[in-house]
Design a protein around this ligand. Structure first.
Ligand SMILES: Nc1ncnc2c1ncn2[C@@H]1O[C@H](COP(=O)(O)OP(=O)(O)OP(=O)(O)O)[C@@H](O)[C@H]1O
Ligand SMILES: [Mg+2]
Length: 401
């Protein structure tokens, strides 16, 4: 045995993140959540360097991205310093203020999607106005500032109706179903100058999502339209493609997403959440301009995942094939439950069903929080769904066999 002595000091270069090989770009993603974490998987495969502006040093993506400075996405100096080391800046969430993004662009930073497009994913009222001008079908809506406004709108669409904070909502947190006008008092009082978005409550048949990607050169690619299942405002399951969806309606939904992407000048992945009405129409609920929960199935179920596609798009590379690799893909979210330790479920889940693909995000378990997802692909929808649900429920801890 030959014992090699340890070096006395670690050379400086080893402790600093190394730059990418010659010619390869650095993509900066603002936000260190699970979307950035999963983008890192695709970046590794492409040999592209991902840099993340993380909210904390133990954020989901910061655990797996070596170059992940900690900073606040609302702090111009922090975002500016972060962007200086990137060839293009993109997002894991939509909370970076528009004015900050505009000043980055003025300083020569390449921001994709740009602030002019992104604002439609940041502000639901702005989105409603723009889609109305585009002639895209959506629920009846009105911006309301007081009980008088709301009462007039309720007179037109009836009760219950839906009230939304235009900015900052997620997982249904900015959504209130108003059954009685008095329910809205507190929300209206807190609303501020820009008011609230009121919408008719759509008695939808189900929810759909159309996911597309668009590059700066104008190339676009669309994945199959999926069905999303929300419980208490949180996405639970995604079925790809949407079972039994009328072919013409699938085309219409895809068309809406491509129109929105083109007209708003979106770069990267665009998710268009929609309601399928009982009379066979699609109404747009909201937009997201980043990889989206409705596209997690693409990691295991399509030729090109949404994370790879987002990188290709923001780098203006040719887009990849979005087609499904299996007849069905079912994705079920793993929400935080009773178990702190999720790894203990692996033995059982993996032994029981080698076909289940598990993705956990390195996040601390809190009740109801999205901490991972599982995907099962195959020829039989019911079988895929049962297996994916079982695995997710077992990891969460709601079942124990
Ligand atoms: N006008 C409406 N009619 C009926 N249901 C609605 C309406 N608007 C929202 N919902 C329900 O509430 C859910 C959350 O609404 P929305 O997507 O606007 O909120 P969010 O908090 O921004 O959600 P996300 O987690 O997608 O960011 C929808 O998926 C849908 O189930
Ligand atoms: Mg939504």
């Amino acid at each position: 045995v030959r014992i090699v002595p340890a070096p006395r000091s670690v050379p400086e270069a080893v402790s600093r993140p190394l730059g990418p090989p010659a010619g390869f770009p650095v993509v900066g993603m603002v936000g260190g959540g699970q979307l950035a974490r999963m983008t890192q998987g695709a970046a590794i495969e492409l040999g592209v360097r991902l840099r993340v502006l993380a909210e904390s040093s133990d954020a989901s993506a910061a655990q797996v991205v070596p170059d992940a400075p900690v900073g606040d996405h609302r702090d111009g100096a922090a975002v500016g310093a972060f962007a200086a080391g990137c060839d293009v800046v993109t997002f894991d969430h939509e909370h970076v203020p528009t004015a900050l993004l505009r000043s980055l662009e003025a300083d020569g930073v390449v921001v994709r999607p740009g602030p002019g497009a992104l604002v439609h994913a940041q502000d639901k009222s702005v989105m409603r106005e723009r889609l109305a001008r585009l002639g895209v079908a959506q629920p009846r809506w009105r911006v309301v500032r007081d009980t008088g406004d709301l009462g007039a709108f309720a007179g037109a669409v009836g009760l219950p109706l839906v009230l939304k904070t235009p900015r900052g909502g997620y997982d249904g947190k900015g959504v209130l179903v108003v059954r009685d006008l008095a329910d809205a008092g507190e929300w209206l009082a807190r609303a501020g100058g820009s008011g609230l978005l009121a919408e008719e409550l759509v008695p939808f048949r189900r929810e759909l999502a159309a996911l597309v990607a668009r590059s700066p050169s104008g190339q676009a690619a669309a994945w199959p339209v999926v069905e999303t299942v929300q419980v208490d405002g949180i996405c639970r399951e995604v079925l790809a493609p949407a079972p039994g969806l009328d072919a013409a309606l699938a085309v219409a939904a895809t068309d809406v997403a491509l129109t929105v992407a083109g007209d708003l000048g979106v770069v990267g992945v665009l998710a268009v959440e929609m309601f399928e009405t009982r009379d066979g129409r699609v109404l747009v609920n909201e937009l997201a301009m980043r990889p989206h929960n409705s596209g997690h199935w693409t990691m295991d179920g399509s030729v090109t995942s949404q994370f790879e596609q987002h990188l290709r798009a923001v780098l203006d590379l040719p887009l990849g094939d979005p087609r499904a690799r299996a007849r069905w893909s079912v994705m079920v979210n793993v929400l935080g439950g009773e178990h702190e330790d999720l790894y203990r479920a692996y033995l059982h889940v993996m032994a029981r069903d080698p076909g289940v693909k598990v993705h956990l995000y390195g996040k601390e378990v809190r009740p109801g929080r999205k901490v991972g997802h599982v995907t099962v692909t195959g020829d039989d929808l019911d079988d895929c769904r049962a297996r994916a649900r079982h695995a997710a429920d077992f990891i969460t801890g709601t079942i124990d066999e």
